[in-house]
Design a protein around this ligand. Structure first.
Ligand SMILES: O=C(O)[C@H](O)COP(=O)(O)O
Ligand SMILES: [Mn+2]
Ligand SMILES: [Mn+2]
Length: 586
């Protein structure tokens, strides 16, 4: 168990332990800053015990209630019981425009979900901000663009990122538009380093994305007389896209393939690379786990290592899985692994700035969403203490994303963030993950009497759901249900009030379907697994011994979404939420 101080905020601090960081201290004389002071709730009294907030990551309430819905199959006794409590159970919108995404065809995800849950506001998210910057041309006027364009004439532009149209971390059409924008503005030599997905999009779809990109590159080369090629790649969960420092080897493999041009697998073209690395039909490696590869020329030489004076753009807009590789690319004194060769005078930019507090990366093409006056800031400025806990895979979700993509604490005297280290396995092998340890920590925090709010994220339904393994996901749901039961029992012992919800769907549908919802079968007759999130709404429950019987969900907010949770949390604390927050559900 990793405990407490700011050093525990994995993925967001320099490798050298930094002194405790306080982002926004309460006023020196202890009075509440008037700009942040919250009035008592007009009808809900202040609680005697703590408020417990639980996020069941990836636990949706899906309209398809059949054998492919792991939540339905699991028949979780506690959640089913909570669903039956009149006026204290409802669902919330967790996708599309309700969480700041471009359209209602966009599934929700942890970044936008936790941003909404923690900030009470719906803001335009990265996907939409990049769309706007491309439409207006603002991206090509940015300081970040000026920085990378210095390499266009005589050096190589490298573009690295997730290649799919999942819309969670990146989008294919945005990559192509950015690439074309570079070529039209003078880039002569471009090398693309592609991370295959199969996690936000169906497994096996990477071959089409790579093929499509190769065709796009051939057309650009013919039209503009330029030299654009795919240079390296690998599966997103095995190469480059680690998060929260869960496994630096993932980042190191990416550094080797993209920057040094070194990988155990070498191919003449990327389509052959993906096809070969996926392996034979009966033992397929999924797109997300493909081994790293480099593309080599006739002499066997890598076609696109990063050289001195080159430019590098990371095209993902989402932060969590770009922070580690950004540190490797940007930090001069980076010491986590031996980079062997560090290109000099590199012109590096992110699609966005991924960590505003660290200023990482320094150069970026589109300013990130501005999520201001989030609940964490109100909490500390009103003297309220918080305990937040998850395992590594979701630790930054319940801290960094919750706090509007801020690393560190608002006030380390009032906040404790506890990270339980995740196992380094594919999570269908261990579907219980660290739920038990998280539960124990949550129970201890509830009983300690030290915290006004205890905030927990259970990773299982999401992380196991992403493997596409139905049976393991059923187990994941059952585990979380049991752990939640223990947590709520302890909550009752200390007269707590609870709020249980989720950030988006995932476990609630494990099969690809046609437009009418009919499950799709593969050539072998087996169902085609769904590894991505779903568009399903998520449950929300309130209750607990400490909650007066008269407090129930309102019935005049049928379209409410995740952002309504934040004001609800303040209501449970007996306070009136800030007026710019979406209204309270109770
Ligand atoms: O990064 C991931 O694991 C997936 O793309 C999205 O999952 P998350 O939004 O639940 O983290
Ligand atoms: Mn999630
Ligand atoms: Mn997920």
């Amino acid at each position: 168990m990793v405990c407490c101080g700011p050093q525990a905020v994995a993925g967001v601090q320099e490798p050298v332990a930094a002194p405790p960081k306080t982002m926004a201290p309460t006023t020196a004389n202890g009075n509440v800053d008037p700009e942040f002071a919250l009035a008592p709730h007009p009808t809900i009294p202040k609680p005697e015990g703590p408020v417990l907030v639980v996020i069941l990551d990836g636990f949706g309430e899906n309209e398809f209630k059949d054998e492919y819905n792991a939540v339905h199959v699991a028949k979780p006794p506690l959640v089913s019981k909570l669903q039956g409590v009149a006026k204290r159970s409802r669902t919330l919108r967790a996708h599309g425009t309700a969480v700041g995404l471009p359209t209602d065809a966009d599934m929700g995800n942890s970044e936008v979900g936790h941003n909404a849950l923690g900030s009470g506001q719906v803001v335009d998210q990265g996907a939409r901000l990049v769309d706007i910057a491309l439409q207006t041309g603002g991206i090509f006027e940015s300081e970040g663009w000026k920085h990378i364009s210095e390499a266009f004439e005589h050096n190589t532009l490298h573009m690295i990122g997730l290649l799919s149209d999942g819309g969670v971390h990146s989008r294919y059409d945005q990559v192509v538009q950015t690439l074309k924008g570079a070529v039209e503005r003078g880039a002569k030599r471009v090398r693309l380093h592609v991370l295959t997905d199969g996690r936000d999009v169906p497994d096996g779809s990477s071959i089409q994305f790579v093929q499509q990109l190769d065709e796009e590159l051939a057309a650009l080369n013919a039209k503009h007389g330029v030299d654009c090629k795919i240079a390296s790649g690998g599966g997103r969960m095995f190469v480059t896209m680690d998060r929260y420092e869960a496994d630096w080897d993932i980042v190191k493999r990416g550094w080797h393939a993209h920057v040094l041009g070194k990988a155990p697998n070498q191919f003449k073209d990327a389509v052959t690379a993906v096809k070969t690395l996926r392996g034979p039909e009966d033992k397929k490696v999924s797109d997300q786990n493909l081994a790293p590869f480099v593309i080599v020329d006739e002499e066997g030489k890598a076609v696109g290592p990063v050289q001195d004076n080159d430019a590098v753009v990371l095209w993902n807009f989402r932060a969590d899985r770009m922070v580690s590789i950004s540190k490797a690319l940007e930090w001069k004194d980076f010491k986590v692994f031996d980079r062997e060769r560090v290109p000099e005078n590199l012109k590096f930019a992110g699609m966005m700035q991924y960590d505003g507090d660290l200023g990482l990366p320094k150069n970026f093409l589109v300013p990130p969403p501005e999520i201001k006056k989030v609940s964490g800031e109100y909490m500390v400025k009103n003297g309220l203490s918080t305990f937040a806990c998850s395992e590594t895979q979701k630790f930054g979700h319940v801290t960094f994303f919750w706090n509007g993509n801020r690393s560190g604490y608002f006030d380390s005297k009032l906040e404790t963030y506890l990270e339980i280290p995740s196992d380094k396995v594919q999570f269908n092998e261990k579907p219980d993950m660290k739920a038990k340890e998280i539960t124990d920590a949550g129970k201890e925090a509830l009983k300690s009497g030290k915290y006004q709010m205890v905030r927990i994220n259970y990773a299982n339904p999401d992380m196991v759901g992403h493997t596409g393994d139905l049976n393991a996901t059923v187990r994941a749901v059952q585990t979380v249900d049991q752990c939640l039961g223990e947590l709520l029992a302890t909550a009752d012992e200390v007269n707590a009030r609870y709020l249980v919800t989720a950030d988006h769907g995932n476990a609630d549908d494990m099969v690809q379907r046609d437009k009418k919802g009919k499950p799709l079968m593969g050539e072998s007759g087996a169902p085609l697994p769904l590894t991505s999130h779903t568009l399903a709404p998520v449950p929300a429950f309130v209750g607990g011994k400490g909650l007066p019987d008269s407090v129930n969900f309102r019935d005049d907010l049928p379209k409410a979404g995740l952002a309504n949770i934040t004001a609800t949390m303040f209501s449970l604390l007996g306070l009136q939420a800030p007026s710019h927050y979406e209204p309270s559900l109770i």
